[in-house]
Design a protein around this ligand. Sequence first.
Ligand code: PEP
Length: 251
Amino acid sequence: MRKKVIAGNWKMNKTPVEVITFMRSFVELMKNKKTENEIVLCVPYIDVIITQQFLEETNVKVGVQNVHFAESGAYTGEISPRMLDGIGVEYVIIGHSERRQYFNETDESVNKKLKAALAHNLKPIVCVGESLDQRTAGVTKEFVTSQVRKAFEGLSAEDAEKTIIAYEPIWAIGTGKTASKEDANEVCKWIRGEINTLFGNVSENIIIQYGGSVKAANAAELFNMPDIDGGLVGGASLDPEEFFKIVNFDA
Ligand code: PEP
């Protein structure tokens, strides 16, 4: 039985002072709640330390939203997997559609980052998903298959199993338009089938999330689908009460 993994993605939001305000409510709510679900908050780099300090009292894990593929070197402004490992970050989002769209991330850079993250024992969350034009043209499955194949190229089955995939249709991200639970499950199931073709039985253990305008009102119907193993949550993770409700959805 796969566990559910629910990760918040704060994107470029919250100063450390704003983190304190969030955490005062969120930690209080989480302290009295035992959940089997794995809960993660992927925060901006500058918020990592303060977030870790607050979350120590809970079982919520800390992640970030990007990583470079090199160990160190002349890459001004970048953060390496070794540096993240060094401060106890556990999770890292790789290939979010906003990074692909605004920062020229490619399937090739996603593959390099994924390998580097795994080599430093970070838990990667690799994002894939189609645009509205691709969905309308009926090429969602082909496109997502190609993204998955390129991201996972050269990985062992053991490393593939450690990698979380977030299926995030681009048209659903930050738009308030959520994929129907049937459509979301269909693509997550398709991705699981592709992992099976590439790596065999580990496909039954790999975590495949849905992301795209998840909120407290729709989390349960999405996360209770058989091939959806939790979610990647953007906007709704910024509010402590809303995120608390999402991570404690009615199973
Ligand atoms: C995301 O940032 O990955 C995301 C899915 O955003 P939102 O929940 O706001 O659509």
